[in-house]
Design a protein around this ligand. Structure first.
Ligand SMILES: [Zn+2]
Length: 428
């Protein structure tokens, strides 16, 4: 399953997207309370926007806009909505996303072509290790995508290594969909229970939520730690509720492929101008084919780079680099710019670290300060000097490091109502 447009020339892809953009603008003008008011306020005549480059005439949409005017983004009457999900908002309250029947079909199509891109086919059985409920979009999207692809799925859900292994041994899945750090728990469980994981049916894992690769696409520490033990292929996929679209690696593993029929991609600098080719910037997206809550020039907050050269898999669509961080979480520390994921990656190399949380604050002279709070059981002094060496080598700077009780860090990590563990607290 490969969509036709992906192997067309970049010029054809661009023209195809420009036609889709015209359709979208007409739709928004007619149905979206939010964008009607943006067009009016900024005197935008949508008929003057024909090229992708013309998008620059339209203001960007921020996460704050989405939260503040949440209901104005909905383009359909309430009785056409079939599913509600939420995402965590930047201003405190969660943001609601509504989906119509056609939006669920679009999600299914998106995941089906994304899984196919990673090599999953009708003959495969896939074990889903993420939550399908709790107002998440992702788990449902994976289920629908696997169903559309015609493959089989086992919905085990998150956690519980024992049940995961029971299902692997019973149903013999060929692929898993999992958070990569959870694979370490699966390996540990298998080792403790004498399960020979390298002779299991699993040949690949579609990895969600955490990065697998360095900027040059080589495996990062976490991914190396997994594959040094378990000989499986790891595929990265990157998506969000707002995008309702995934960027998934093909077998070449050189970045997540863009699906031109589903989303327009821009990479913008701090002034909302496109960055030069090959530079990092904030991923800004325009959804295509979404009925209930289409987004126009939505700034995702994720810092990425686009690779424009055609891929050895035969696709000519652009490929996104790993997300190096969140725009808002950028830390300027002792003259170095860094993003928290670089620290997560470094800490994941230490088995002795039970848990951790990173706090960023302003010090009295107004510059950023990094404090890593670590929960560990044994030998903090020896561990501390190893972590310090690692920081100097990998980050080129040395943040403050404190050791705490494991339970105490857990309380910070899992606050009430949060569906995901928190690794980063921004006090700036
Ligand atoms: Zn490719």
């Amino acid at each position: 399953m490969i969509s036709n447009i992906e192997t067309k020339s970049t010029t054809e892809i661009q023209h195809f997207q420009e036609d889709k953009l015209t359709e979208l603008l007409t739709y928004l003008q007619e149905k979206s309370t939010y964008y009607q008011s943006v067009f009016k306020r900024h005197n935008i005549d949508i008929s003057s926007i024909n090229k992708l480059g013309d998008l620059a005439k339209i203001p960007v949409t921020t996460k704050d806009d989405l939260q503040q005017y949440n209901n104005d983004f909905i383009c359909v009457p309430k009785n056409e909505i079939v599913d509600y999900v939420t995402t965590s908002g930047t201003l405190g309250n969660p943001v609601t996303f509504a989906l119509t029947d056609a939006d669920l079909d679009r999600l299914a199509y998106n995941e089906a072509i994304s899984f196919a891109c990673a090599g999953v086919s009708k003959d495969d059985t896939v074990q889903l290790m993420t939550t399908m409920d709790r107002r998440f979009m992702a788990g449902l999207a994976y289920f629908l995508g696997i169903r559309k692809l015609g493959a089989s799925i086992i919905r085990v859900g998150a956690g519980i290594p024992e049940l995961q292994w029971d299902s692997i041994l019973k149903f013999k899945p060929t692929y898993l969909i999992a958070v990569p750090s959870f694979l370490l728990k699966l390996i540990a469980y298998a080792e403790a229970n004498k399960i020979d994981y390298n002779s299991s049916s699993v040949k690949g894992v579609i990895c969600i939520g955490e990065s697998l690769r360095e900027k040059d696409f080589s495996l990062n520490l976490l991914a190396n730690k997994i594959t040094s033990k378990w000989k499986v292929d790891l595929f990265s996929t990157y998506a969000s509720t707002e995008m309702s679209t995934a960027f998934t690696e093909c077998e070449q593993q050189q970045g997540g492929h863009h699906h031109p029929e589903l989303i327009i991609v821009e990479i913008l600098d701090d002034d909302n101008h496109p960055v030069k080719e090959g530079e990092y910037g904030e991923l800004t997206i325009t959804t295509l084919g979404v009925e209930a809550m289409p987004l126009l020039r939505f700034k995702t907050g994720d810092v990425v780079k686009a690779h424009a050269s055609s891929c050895d898999c035969g696709r000519n669509t652009l490929r996104l680099s790993p997300v190096i961080g969140r725009k808002k979480q950028m830390v300027k520390y002792k003259g170095t710019t860094l993003y928290p994921p670089a620290i997560y990656d470094l800490l994941s190399d230490f088995d002795e670290i039970e848990n951790y949380i990173i706090e960023i604050s302003h010090n009295e002279i107004g510059t950023d300060e990094i404090l890593i709070k670590i929960g560990a059981k044994e030998n903090p002094q020896e561990l501390l000097s190893q972590i310090k060496d690692h920081c100097r080598a990998k980050l080129r700077v040395l943040p403050m490091i404190e050791f705490h009780d494991v339970d105490e860090i857990n309380k910070l990590k899992f606050p009430k109502m949060s569906r995901k563990p928190i690794l980063f607290i921004d006090k700036r």
